[in-house]
Design a protein around this ligand. Structure first.
Ligand SMILES: [Zn+2]
Length: 585
């Protein structure tokens, strides 16, 4: 990466990890470190650790870790260079002129965004040409006003194989760029054609105002009903929400609908705090995104089977983020668009205000499955409801719903609370039992993908990582180690590369610190390195300990590379014997 060290140094001095991360995570001080709820995975107990002294973070729950640039990369969904720009903007540090044209990916990403912006203009303009009348009529038939069409930049992709292609080629875009943007595709015969044909086009705009993708809907009942931009360099479905660019400024309450069309209708009716998930799977990243912009979320899903399933899945994921989750049930199974059309915005507002919170909703749903006139039905409901309420972490909430349940079942509230308590205790014991091996397995899996050699050379890898963590924390030891441990003696490839980098930086008189590595490693790599640093942590480091690690590495190396003992030197043989002896212990 071409950014000069002096610039990165200034950037780091003005963006200490504590002040940067504190605008995303509420921390509590624990000794010299800070802990909070991890912004990268849903959790209720804090396992996200911030180490101001080493300017690094590490999450014991999901294994995320790294320096301040990696933190911004992940939380703002940016690539390395944009994360650096973000921090520079934030702290008023001037970006250096980009001298190297090395960043091809960054450039392609920019071209994709430009192509998308042009495409959105072309699709929108097509609406007002003869070939687009059919689409304009479609929008009008849905009740969209011209102001709404303009506000959302809605458009039309005519029924031709190269309508967009021709227009964008003329503007200087290459076919490869358009394919990378998911605007065009390559046919079997090698030709290129438009992905979106004969569809009304809805641009997806991110919170920074970039057109990152499109949803394209058919005008009739043909299939597939929607074609959506798939993952590109500029777009990830799970890290975006439709209309969040408008909704993010509308307060700390969001409405979540199923589709683009519902969202547009809702905005037109004045509910500008409405967004849609892009897809029905509700990945955790999307929930985190919602939690960043809202304290309360109203789920507005169709009453059909798929909608109900989606609601339940969303509730489960959203609850984990600590949001106040409400469920809006629209009478007679209508979607919000229809309901507003028939009953007006004021009536819909009433629905929103009355929205049952998620627990109530589930309690009522559960009640429908049982015949509460019979004692068997009541008992089954009692047990299931207790299980449901046991999930609540707030004692106030448990008390509240135990009260409701006691009214429904005419059982004393105390008895219900006791039942809930015993379910909770049982569950907690199970969870601890289940989670531990999972977490360990997960960490192992992730580590293996970064440094697969570590499994093969366990003893060497442990010594290497202990040594590397030490060198990053205490670079003054690099000189001592350099003299006795050449890089090629590190057994595992990842560690060897890292060690070489540290040696190089030190030789060039450059600073050694975690953040300077962010340009060279991806998120998984940075997490791996952050873990080494964390493991060294507060351990007292002395020259003997450093020498011991280096000795272990040398021994292991000798052991693997001495095929022919007759040609080995006395020292080599001694190291080999030593290694063998220690392994047996
Ligand atoms: Zn985490």
């Amino acid at each position: 990466m071409a950014l000069p060290d002096s610039f990165i140094q200034e950037l780091l001095s003005k963006n200490d990890i504590e002040s940067v991360a504190s605008s995303y995570v509420a921390f509590k001080r624990r000794g010299r470190n800070l802990v909070g709820l991890c912004p990268f995975h849903g959790e209720k107990t804090a396992s996200f650790n911030l180490y101001p002294e080493t300017n690094s973070f590490y999450c014991f729950g999901c294994g995320a870790g790294g320096d301040v640039i990696t933190f911004i990369k992940r939380i703002e969904n940016l690539d390395y260079i944009d994360a650096v720009k973000f921090l520079a903007d934030r702290s008023g540090v001037k970006m250096p002129e980009q001298t190297h044209e090395n960043d091809q990916i960054s450039r392609l990403r920019l071209r994709i965004l430009e192509a998308n912006r042009e495409a959105a203009r072309i699709f929108h303009a097509a609406l007002y040409r003869p070939e687009g009348k059919v689409a304009l009529d479609y929008y009008h038939s849905r009740g969209y006003t011209d102001a709404t069409i303009k506000h959302f930049g809605l458009g039309f992709a005519p029924a031709e194989w190269d309508y967009l292609l021709k227009a964008l080629r003329q503007k200087g875009f290459k076919d490869d760029e358009l394919i990378a943007a998911f605007l065009a595709a390559r046919g079997r015969n090698g030709g290129t054609y438009d992905v979106f044909r004969n569809r009304v086009m809805i641009p997806i705009i991110d919170i920074r105002g970039n057109v990152v993708g499109f949803g394209g809907r058919v005008l009739d009942d043909s299939k597939p009903k929607y074609i959506n931009t798939e993952s590109t360099l500029a777009f990830s479905k799970s890290r975006n929400l439709f209309a969040l660019n408008f909704a993010k400024n509308a307060g700390r309450e969001l409405n979540l609908c199923e589709g683009y069309m519902d969202v547009i209708a809702m905005h037109q009716a004045g509910f500008t705090n409405t967004v849609a998930a892009l897809g029905t799977s509700f990945p955790e990243e999307q929930m985190q995104l919602i939690a960043r912009y809202a304290d309360r979320i109203n789920l507005i899903f169709d009453a059909d089977g798929a909608g109900q399933k989606a609601t339940r899945r969303a509730i489960d994921n959203l609850r984990k983020t600590g949001l106040d989750v409400r469920v809006v049930t629209i009478p007679n199974g209508k979607d919000p668009d229809e309901f507003i059309k028939n009953n007006g915005a004021a009536a819909f507002k009433l629905l929103l205000d009355r929205a049952a919170n998620a627990v109530e909703h589930r309690l009522l749903e559960l009640g429908k499955n049982h015949n509460l006139q019979t004692s068997e039905g009541k008992l089954a409901y009692y047990h299931e409801a207790a299980k449901l309420l046991a999930v609540l972490d707030s004692p106030v909430e448990r008390d509240l719903y135990a009260g409701r349940l006691s009214e429904i079942l005419s059982v004393s509230k105390e008895a219900i609370l006791q039942e809930i308590d015993s379910v909770r205790q049982k569950k907690q014991r199970q969870e601890i039992k289940q989670q531990l091996p999972n977490l360990i397995r997960q960490e192992k899996r992730e580590m293996q993908s970064v440094n697969p050699d570590a499994v093969k050379f366990e003893r060497a890898a442990a010594a290497e990582e202990s040594l590397l963590g030490t060198l990053i924390l205490h670079p003054d030891y690099i000189r001592q180690v350099r003299a006795t441990l050449p890089a090629e003696q590190m057994m595992t490839e990842f560690n060897r590369g890292l060690y070489q980098r540290l040696l190089d930086r030190d030789r060039q008189g450059l600073l050694v610190e975690l953040a300077f590595l962010a340009a060279d490693y991806d998120e998984a790599g940075m997490a791996y390195i952050a873990r080494m640093v964390r493991d060294v942590g507060d351990r007292i480091v002395n020259p003997e300990e450093v020498a011991r690690c280096a000795a272990v590495i040398r021994e292991e190396y000798a052991l693997r590379h001495m095929n022919d003992p007759s040609s080995a030197s006395d020292e080599d043989i001694q190291a080999m014997m030593e290694a063998l002896r220690k392994r047996k212990q």
